[in-house]
Structures are given as C-alpha cells and as structure tokens.
Design a protein around this ligand. Structure first.
Ligand code: ASP
Ligand code: CP
Length: 348
C-alpha cells in the first residue's frame, strides 16, 4: 500500500508493515528533528494548517515537521477569524485552501467536518483531531514512542499488557491508538475508565476481533497493575454538553499511585495537555523526574514521525537518505534539563 496522495483521516489507513516503515523513516529523520542535520526534500512545497480548535502540539509540531523538511507553512487558527464566520461552507474553504497548498492539516470540533473537508479536495488532508472521533497522527507518534521505549528495555510490542486510562469515551487519541496497537499480537488491553466514560463498544469489538484480551476496570489502582504501558488521558471537558463529571481522585496518577501499582519498567504516556490545575486529578507533575514518564520523549517523537508521514504522503520518502547533510547552528546537548538519562545518543 502506498501513502502517496492519500488523505490521513483515520488510523484505519495503516497496517503493521506501513507502521514499521514509518518508524524506520522517522529514525532516519530524528537528527533533522533535533536540528543536527538538514534535509530539503519538500523545498517549494506549502502546507496549510487550519485549526478550528485549541492546539499546542499538533499544530506547532506539524508546522515544525513540514518546515524541517524544507517546506513552508501557511496557517489559520479559529473559525472566528476565517470567512466561515461569514457563512462560507467547509467545502468551499477546502477547495480554496487547496489552491494555495500541497497538503492540509486540519482540526475541527465536529467529527464529520474533516470528512466533508477532504471530500472537497484532491490535496491530501491530514486529520489533526476531529471532535471525539480520531487523532491518527497522535497515534502514530504514540506507537513510535512505544516502539522506542520498548526497544530500549528489550521488549517487543507483541504480548504486552496495555492500560488505557481516563476518558476513553471522548478521548480521540485512544480511539486512534487502540486501532494501531491492536495491529500487533497477543495483547491484554485494560480499559480503565469511570463507568460512563468507557471505550466505545465498536473499538473493543475491533480489538477482540483481532484476538486480544480486553479487561474493563473503573479502579486505576488495580487496572495499572503489571501494565507495560500506562496511557493516561485528560477528561475531555469540552465534549460534555453539561457540566462534566469530574474524575475521582483515584484517577490522579501521581508518584504514590505509581509506586503502589506500576512495574519498574512500565512506560507512562499521556497525549497531553495534562490538566495541572488544582483538583484536576490528571497525570501529576510529581512524576516529572520518574524514568518511566515518557511524555516529553513522546512530544519530541511527534516531529520525526510527522516528518515521515508528510514525506510519505507527498512521495519523497525515497529521497531522504541521499539528501541528509549536517546542520551547523547551535543546539543544546539535550533539549530538556531532565533528558540526559533517556537519550543515550543526544542526536536522536
Ligand atoms: N491533545 C489531545 C487531543 O487534542 C488530547 C487532549 O486534548 O486531551 O485530542
Ligand atoms: N496531543 C495534542 O494533540 O496536543 P494539542 O491538543 O496541544 O495539539
């Protein structure tokens, strides 16, 4: 299967071979993502990023990834500053922006919007998050992070115990992620959520249909036990029509809970943002120096993985190996002050 010219609307697009090909390309691009090497395979190409909903990581990392490949970026955030506020349709907007760009990344609070948008253009559209639907590029970078974390500790993806925790009903990242992890073999997937916020039934059926064991729990303390991966998520307050039910304090994943419940070699991830306001009961900051917390390795992985995706969709992936050259500007040895123990080779 080739990704060239494809819309990337759902994780359904990827199979295991494609994922592993993207991991290998992302590995090659990691020094470019870190500013150690340069590659210009998208010189002259333009990406449009249209975000109709709040974003820090997805918009900026897509823009950085496209720029690091030598392309340029045009960008708009918020429906209120676009002509949609004057009554223009998504279809017209899509056709217009397609005339200005070679690839479009789009985020919208309504699930159907990205499909409507993609139907009106032949330029590849990448879903940057559609309501409570999917977030396929987040799932790609999550899989790439996991692949790296498990490789570092000598584990393969197959046979692992994976705990998905939090608002699994509205969390689009876990909807895309369960589709990708279940491409691997013999997993136990533990869905840990408060009663009304469980994983949609069709996604549980999909994973079961691929031969995985599913366990349901509403108790993090027992749900996290023995997990190789703990994937925590934020309560998606913006998806509730009324006042959201808050997470109970059992869902606060902090140092004390991790000490009681998690394996020494567990990988703890979160798509971010985590809600760090008092009383929010999300992933706690007292874990920041815990070697198991992979959240910033995860955000860093978003650049090489999105570069790999854009190069593949625009048909220049094969040119990457011959086009890499050293960069000469200043780079700190490690991006974050706490990063050193996690990167044996700072260039990667
Ligand atoms: N940033 C992720 C998303 O947009 C997760 C979140 O917002 O909680 O889906
Ligand atoms: N993980 C993620 O999608 O983050 P943003 O909402 O900040 O883009």
């Amino acid at each position: 299967m080739s990704l060239i010219g494809r819309h990337v609307l759902s994780s359904d697009l990827f199979d295991r071979d494609e994922l592993e090909r993207l991991f290998a390309l992302a590995d090659l691009l990691a020094p470019v993502a870190r500013g150690r090497e340069v590659v210009r395979v998208l010189e002259g190409a333009v990406m449009a990023s249209l975000f109709f909903e709040a974003s820090t990581r997805t918009r900026l990392s897509c823009e950085s990834a496209f720029s690091r490949l030598g392309g340029s970026v045009i960008s708009s955030t918020g429906a209120e500053i676009m002509s949609i506020s004057k009554g223009e349709s998504l279809a017209d907007t899509s056709r217009v922006v397609s005339g200005y760009s070679d690839l479009i990344v789009m985020r919208h609070p309504e699930e159907s919007a990205v499909h409507e948008f993609a139907a009106a253009t032949n330029v590849p559209v990448v879903n940057g998050g559609n309501g409570a639907g999917e977030h396929p590029t987040q799932a790609l970078l999550d899989m790439y992070t996991l692949h790296r974390e498990f490789s570092r500790t000598g584990r393969s993806m197959d046979g692992r115990r994976i705990a998905l925790v939090g608002d699994l009903r509205h969390g689009r990242t876990v909807h895309s992620l369960i589709k990708l992890v279940s491409l691997y073999r013999d997993l136990t997937i533990v869905c840990v959520a408060p009663g009304p916020l469980g994983m949609p039934a069709e996604l549980l059926e999909l994973a079961e249909g691929r031969g995985h064991r599913i366990e349901l729990s509403d108790r993090p303390e027992s749900g996290l036990k023995d997990a190789d991966l703990v994937y925590a998520t934020r309560l998606q307050t913006e998806r509730f029509a009324d006042q959201p039910l808050p997470y109970s304090d059992e869902f606060r994943i902090d140092r004390a809970l991790v000490a009681r419940a998690c394996r020494e070699d567990a990988v703890i991830m979160h798509p971010l943002p985590r809600d760090s306001r008092p009383g929010s009961n999300d992933l706690a900051t007292d874990l920041n120096r815990d070697h198991r917390l992979a959240i910033f390795r995860q955000t860093d992985a978003g650049i090489p993985m999105r570069m790999a995706l854009f190069a593949s969709v625009l048909g220049v992936a094969d040119q990457v190996p011959g086009a890499l050259r050293p960069a000469t500007w200043f780079q700190p040895e490690y991006t974050g002050p706490d990063d050193a123990p996690f990167y044996r080779n700072p260039a990667s």
